[in-house]
Structures are given as C-alpha cells and as structure tokens.
Design a protein. Structure first.
Length: 276
C-alpha cells in the first residue's frame, strides 16, 4: 500500500471518552497500538463510528493528532472531515492535514440532498483546496442521497480523489464502479457484511466497524481475499467474525463489552465507562 492507494482493512475507530465526556487519550493510544499490532492496514478516526458529529473542532483535531502520534507512521491515517457545508468541509480538511492525517474521508453532503452535479462540485472544491488524497464516502442511509456509479467514476478522475467507501448496499452499483475505474482508484466496502461480496467482485478492502473488536480476523480476511484464497479460508474467517457482531441500540455501533479489548464511553449511548 502506498500513500495514494488504500487496500485491506481499515478500522473506523471508536473514540473512547471519560465519564466527564472528555476524550480518554490513554485508551485511544492503547487502541491504536493494539489495532496495528493485530495487523490492521489503516485507521479511520473521527468518522461516524468515532462520533465526530458530537465533537468540537478542537476535539476532532485532538483525536486525530493523538492517533497520528501513536501510529508513528506505521499505517495511513484517514481522518473524517465531512460536512454538508463545503466551506466548513475545506476548513476541517485543512485542520486534519495540520494534525498529520495522510488521507481525508468525506461524506456526500447530508440533508441538503444535492443533485449529482452538486456532489461533484462539492468534492472538486475540496480536492482543489487541500493537497491530501480523498476517500469519497457514499452512505445514502445517513446522507439521504446516493452517489451514482457514473458520478463516482467521474470524480475518480479528479486529482487527489483516490478511493470510495461504498455503503450503498447496491452490489450492481459497486460492480459498475469496479468495471469502470482506473487501476489506482480503490473501492472499499463501507459495510462489514458486504466485505466478502465486494472483494469477490474485485474490491480492495473494507472500512470496518467490527474490526474495533476483531482487527486480526478482519485484516486476515482481506489479506486472503486479495490473495485469491477466498473459497475456503476467507469464508471460515468471515464466519468467525460474524459471531462477534457489535450490538447497540443506535446506528453508530460500539464493540460489545465482552469482545472489545478497550471499553469505551459513548456520547451517543451514554452506557459505558472507559478504562485503560
């Protein structure tokens, strides 16, 4: 994997919080070290799973700075920087660059529901303003708009747009992207349960939530799929991961207490206490 090319399993990191809602730096550092020791290929702080929507800009930058410092260049850091306000998305992107991120993760503008040409204009403006590779995040269930395959392919030709995290759940759409993409444009599953079918179609990996709890299994799954070893051993790995599915009452899921190496507090669920 190069700085421009994301492959394998990247963990959409949870953010550990103390009981006073401050970021638990010690637990976050421990989580980063454990993820890398278990073989994860890249880390994605401050996405939906990391509860970036509940953070101040200062907290957002602090979390990315901690992750970058603890990773020490061992894996790429794909920092969430999305906003439905293009100017704010650019400002946050510059903050993430200053914090040391190697890549940016940007959702399509949520709530606004722009037309396809508006989505392209949003990403083009970000790519022209910040000199980091960008991962397009298509998640219609959260944004209320779908990035069509032809739009993703159009944006893949914009400088610095390097990958798509596809969470539309539409295999036919993902297959269209894979057929039309350039070889250097990465296609990553945005849903754990879609990892096998997306990679079987030729996808490059996954941005995973369950890998917060099972990084070794998910990284091995991606390694085996990319090596063409999916008919037997990859299926076995997938079956092992299925029993570890996180359980939560909200859509942004924290790892199960029983299976997570680091317990985390959550501003959304408010049901956990963190410790080192």
């Amino acid at each position: 994997m190069t700085a421009q090319r994301l492959t394998g399993c990247g963990t959409a990191l949870v953010t550990p919080f103390n009981t006073d809602s401050s970021v638990d730096d010690g637990a976050l550092r421990a989580l980063v070290d454990w993820q890398i020791e278990e073989g994860i290929h890249f880390l994605v702080p401050c996405g939906s799973t990391g509860e970036a929507a509940t953070m101040t800009i200062e907290e957002h930058r602090h979390v990315v700075e901690v992750v970058v410092a603890q990773a020490r260049g061992r894996v790429p850091i794909v920092a969430g920087a999305g906003s439905n306000d293009t100017a704010k998305a650019i400002t946050l992107s510059k903050e993430m660059r200053a914090a040391g991120a190697t890549h940016l993760l940007h959702t399509s503008p949520m709530y606004n529901k722009p037309p396809q040409r508006g989505i392209v204009a949003h990403y083009r403006a970000i790519s022209e303003a910040v000199d980091l590779p960008i991962v397009v995040y298509n998640v219609p269930g959260r944004t209320a708009s779908n990035i069509e395959a032809k739009t993703t392919l159009e944006m893949s030709r914009i400088p610095r747009i390097a990958a798509v995290k596809e969470a539309s759940g539409q295999l036919s759409q993902i297959a269209d992207i894979l057929r039309g993409r350039d070889a250097q444009f990465s296609v990553l599953s945005g849903d754990d349960e879609m990892t096998l079918p997306v990679m079987a179609l030729g996808g490059d990996g996954v941005v995973s939530v369950i890998s917060n709890a099972t990084p070794k299994l998910m990284s091995q799954l991606c390694d085996r799929m990319r090596a063409g070893d999916w008919p037997a051993r990859a299926r076995s790995t997938s079956s092992s991961c299925r029993g570890c599915a996180p359980r939560s009452s909200n859509r942004t899921r924290c790892p199960s207490r029983r299976r997570s190496r680091c317990w985390v507090g959550s501003r959304m669920s408010c049901g956990c206490h963190s410790f080192r």
